[in-house]
Design a protein around this ligand. Structure first.
Ligand code: GTP
Length: 333
């Protein structure tokens, strides 16, 4: 375990009110090679009528790449907040208001696994493109749309879902559970007959610098960066902190714990024992080597994260802190 001492003990006065963010080097979590992808997207831009930016619905207000706006912002824009099945959307209206305040007027919430709200996308694009100047493409009857977003938010899944809905055919873009499945800006993929519409899939591009450690941890929980770069146990601790803060206690029943706890070492140990994830470790004693059975904390952390990401611990809104921030700001007015 490489956790900070404060994270190991449950707060006496209830759940931890903050997560120890010091000592994390967020820059190391995010690969620096992504500028290349952005450059390629920019060079394809002249073919494009509109941009669909896909983002994770669990972090609707944080973690988007600001370079998208700077580099690709010359085209009309639709924000698709995907994985709505995993998000707590109790405050959906407030999310929409917040995004509108940032100039994002067109937002659709989707679930690409169950094809929810996918049918809204093509009419919306037709409307957006129809009401904007199409540059030198005015005579062209085809629509060409670029799909962008940070890694693992469901860009390829969206393309496949659109094809299922409008062309009644399946996969064209590779989908994967880990970030970085799409490697290059692909050739055009048809998604609709009337209007004739093509999509360009692009590799996930993270911002070169992440604003805060907490944003980095949220992005990591959503699977946009490889887990081992952040450390599975640190992420599991941030997950536990979040679940307790949000009073989401399904993990107690799921792992057969007696009670909720803020102590990640205790929780991971209980998970490891319950799942039989233990490992033999050699310990050198005064009388020689002894084999000791220890909980496999990493395996337990991986299971905890996987269970959360599959939605079994309940829908979550990781940007609740930002939403509450805007509520108090509005109340101050
Ligand atoms: N629960 C849920 N999972 C989804 C949804 N959309 C996509 N996924 C899953 O999210 C993972 C990533 O999906 P992809 O379509 O490969 O994401 P991507 O943005 O193209 O990924 P990169 O190629 O890494 O940039 C896969 O395991 C998908 O099955 C959704 O709406 N709900």
């Amino acid at each position: 375990m490489r956790l900070f001492p404060r994270a190991l003990s449950a707060s006496v006065a209830g759940w931890r009110q903050s997560f120890p963010l010091h000592g994390h080097n967020v820059a190391r979590w995010f690969p620096g090679h992504m500028a290349k992808g952005l450059k390629k997207m920019k060079s394809s831009l002249k073919l494009v009528d509109c941009i669909i930016e896909v983002h994770d619905c669990r972090i609707p207000l944080s973690g988007r790449n600001p370079l998208f706006q700077e580099t690709l912002g010359v085209r009309p824009h639709l924000l698709v907040l995907n994985k709505m099945d995993l998000a707590d959307l109790t405050e959906q209206q407030k999310i929409i208001q917040h995004l509108e305040g940032e100039g994002l007027k067109n937002t659709i919430f989707t679930n690409c696994v169950k094809d929810e709200n996918i049918k809204q996308i093509i009419p919306k694009i037709t409307e957006i493109v129809g009401s904007s100047y199409r540059y030198h493409r005015a005579e062209n009857v085809e629509y060409c749309i670029m799909v962008i977003g940070i890694p693992n938010v469901g860009k390829s899944s969206l393309i496949n879902s659109l094809r299922r809905q409008h062309l009644k055919i399946g996969k064209a873009a590779r989908v994967g559970g880990e970030p970085g499945i799409t490697r290059a800006v692909t050739s055009r993929i048809q998604v609709s007959e009337r209007p004739l519409m093509f999509l360009l899939d692009t590799p996930g591009v993270l911002a070169p610098r992440i604003g805060s450690v907490e944003t980095g941890l949220k992005l990591a929980l959503c699977g946009t960066v490889l887990d081992h770069l952040v450390g599975e146990e640190t992420m599991a601790d941030y997950l536990l902190y979040t679940l307790n803060q949000h009073q989401m206690f399904k993990y107690v029943q799921h792992y057969g714990l007696h009670d909720a706890s803020d102590d990640i070492e205790f929780v991971l140990k209980s998970i490891a024992v319950r799942l039989g994830k233990t490992q033999k470790v050699k310990v050198l004693t005064g009388t020689g080597d002894v084999n000791v059975v220890q909980p496999n904390y990493s395996a337990a952390a991986r299971d905890f994260l996987r269970t959360f990401r599959s939605g079994l611990l309940g829908p979550v809104m990781l940007d609740r802190d930002i939403l509450q921030g805007c509520l108090s700001a509005n109340m101050d007015l």
